[in-house]
Design a protein. Structure first.
Length: 458
C-alpha cells in the first residue's frame, strides 16, 4: 500500500475515534461515528445450507457509539450481541455459555439479515469493523446487506496490523495479546466482534502514541477513556465478573509500559527536535555568512567598478586634451609654414598623424638633380648629411616625398602655390614608391626650403 494510503487510513481511524489527528479531511466529517463490528461463525454453512433448518451459525455484533462516550460509564461503551441459528439445542447452549457480554439469542437463518439491519443505525455515520473480513463480506453480500448507505469507513484489523505494528498479519488472539487486551472464549461470534472492536481501539491509540506529547487535555482524556474501554473487564450472563488480582497487576504493568513508551517517544521527539533545530541554526548561519560574503563582494565590485569608471573618464579626458594640444600644434606648424588654407587641412592632419607612426631615416642621403625649364644643364650639388638635398633625378625626388605625391599634389591650392613660387621648375611626381616618409608638416617645411634653394639655383 502506498504511503499516502497508509497515512490516510490511520488518520481516518484516529478521526473516527475522536483523536484530533492532522489528516487531510475535515474532522467534523467523521464526528459521532458509530462503530459496528461484525463477525460470523461457521461461514460456509450460511451460504451452502441457508435453506436448511439444520444450518448452524452465529452472528456477532458489537457497537461503539463515539457520541458523548466520554460522559458515559466505561461499562456502557460497548454493546455486544450474539445470535445463533439451527435446530441443535446443544449448539445454542454452548453459544450461551461461551458468550461473555450478555445473553445469546436464538433466531432462524431467515432472521439474520433483519436482526443485523436493526442494529445498523442508518441515520448515523457507520464504520464497519472486522478481522479478516473476506468471508464476512461474502455473507453480507449473500444476505443483501447494504454496505454503502451511511457507511463512511470500513476497517479490517488484519490489514491494519502491518501499518500500525510494523509486523505481518496476526490472528485475532495473537493481535489481542500483542496489544495487551484481555480476551477469552474466542470463536464465539459475539466475543470475536467485541474483541475485534477493542483491538481496533487499541490500534488507534498505538498509532497516536507518537503524538501524545503535544496532545491537549481533551485528547488525553479521550486516549485514557479509550484505553479503559479496550481493557474493560469481561462479563458473563449472570453479571459482572471482577478481574483477578493477576489481571489487575497485568493491566497496571501494561499501562506503565504504555506510559514508558510514551515518555520515551516524547524524549526521542525532543532529541530529534533539538537535532533538527541545531541543523537549522547551522544552515541559517551558513546562509547568513554566504549572504554577507555576497554583499561584501558586491560592494567591493561596485567600488572597483566606480574606480574603473573614474579612471576611464580621466583617461578619456586626458586623451581629449592631448588630441586638442596635438591639433593646435599641428595648426601652428602649418600656419608657420604658410600652408594653412591652401588645401584640405583635415586630410593633411590625418596623414600627418599616420606618417608619424613610421618616421623615415636617412631620407636626405643621396643626390638630387633638378632640371630647369630652359634646357640648362643639370646642376649637381654635393651635400653632407646636414644638407637638405643631393642631386638626383625627378623620379628619385618623387620617391623621397611620397606624402607630397599622394596627398598634397591632388589639391589645386598646393599646385597653384608651386606654380606661383617656382614658375620655371616643374617637378614630376608620378609613380611614387611606398617608402616611408616623415610627418607631413616636416615635409612641407622642407618643401619651402626646397623652393628657396631651387630659386637660388635658378
Amino acid at each position: 500500500m502506498a504511503q499516502a494510503e497508509v497515512s490516510s487510513e490511520i488518520d481516518v481511524l484516529q478521526s473516527c475515534l475522536g483523536l484530533h489527528s492532522h489528516c487531510s479531511w475535515p474532522y467534523d466529517y467523521y464526528k459521532d461515528v458509530v462503530f459496528v463490528s461484525i463477525d460470523f461463525e461457521n461461514v460456509r454453512s450460511v451460504i451452502h445450507s441457508f435453506a436448511s433448518q439444520y444450518m448452524q451459525c452465529q452472528l456477532g455484533v458489537s457497537i461503539f457509539d463515539t457520541r458523548d462516550y466520554l460522559a458515559k460509564p466505561v461499562k456502557d461503551a460497548l454493546v455486544t450481541y450474539n445470535f445463533s441459528t439451527g435446530d441443535n439445542k446443544k449448539y445454542h447452549e454452548q453459544a450461551r455459555s461461551r458468550f461473555l457480554f450478555g445473553v445469546s439469542k436464538t433466531i432462524t437463518q431467515q432472521e439474520l439479515a433483519s436482526e443485523l439491519e436493526a442494529l445498523i443505525w442508518r441515520d448515523r455515520k457507520i464504520a464497519i469493523v472486522g478481522h479478516g473480513m473476506a468471508c464476512d463480506f461474502e455473507i453480507l453480500e449473500f444476505l443483501g446487506v447494504d454496505l454503502e448507505e451511511s457507511v463512511v469507513a470500513i476497517f479490517d484489523t488484519g490489514d491494519l496490523v502491518p501499518l500500525v505494528l510494523g509486523c505481518e498479519g496476526r490472528s485475532l488472539g495473537d493481535l489481542l495479546e500483542e496489544l495487551g487486551c484481555p480476551f477469552d472464549e474466542l470463536h464465539t461470534a459475539g466475543n470475536d466482534a467485541n474483541f475485534t472492536l477493542r483491538a481496533l481501539i487499541m490500534m488507534g491509540i498505538a498509532s497516536h502514541k507518537d503524538r501524545y506529547h503535544y496532545l491537549d487535555d481533551d485528547d488525553r482524556a479521550s486516549v485514557w477513556k479509550l484505553w479503559d474501554i479496550a481493557h474493560l473487564p469481561m462479563e458473563r450472563s449472570s453479571g459482572t465478573v471482577e478481574a483477578s488480582e493477576e489481571e489487575c497487576i497485568r493491566r497496571v504493568q501494561l499501562i506503565d509500559e504504555y506510559m514508558l513508551d510514551v515518555e520515551l517517544s516524547k524524549q526521542d521527539y525532543l532529541a530529534e527536535l533539538a537535532v533538527e533545530r541545531t541543523i537549522i541554526d547551522q544552515r541559517r548561519q551558513k546562509c547568513l555568512a554566504r549572504r554577507k560574503k555576497w554583499r561584501d563582494a558586491k560592494v567591493r565590485k561596485g567600488e572597483k567598478r566606480g574606480v574603473r569608471r573614474n579612471r576611464t573618464l580621466e583617461d578619456q579626458e586626458r586623451l581629449r586634451t592631448q588630441r586638442r594640444m596635438q591639433r593646435d600644434n599641428e595648426k601652428r606648424e602649418m600656419k608657420a609654414a604658410g600652408l594653412w588654407g591652401l588645401f584640405d587641412e583635415e586630410a593633411a592632419l590625418r596623414q600627418m598623424r599616420q606618417d608619424r607612426e613610421d618616421p623615415f631615416s636617412g631620407m636626405w642621403e643621396g643626390e638630387f638633380t633638378f632640371t630647369t625649364g630652359f634646357g640648362e644643364e643639370m646642376v649637381k650639388e654635393e651635400s653632407t648629411q646636414d644638407d637638405l638635398f643631393r642631386g638626383s633625378s625627378e623620379k628619385e625626388v618623387a620617391d623621397l616625398f611620397p606624402p607630397l605625391h599622394r596627398y598634397l599634389l591632388p589639391f589645386p591650392g598646393f599646385q597653384s602655390f608651386l606654380g606661383q613660387q617656382c614658375p620655371r621648375i616643374k617637378c614630376m611626381f608620378d609613380g611614387g614608391s611606398a617608402r616611408a616618409a616623415g610627418t607631413t608638416v616636416y615635409v612641407i617645411s622642407q618643401i619651402i626650403v626646397l623652393h628657396r634653394k631651387i630659386d637660388y639655383l635658378a
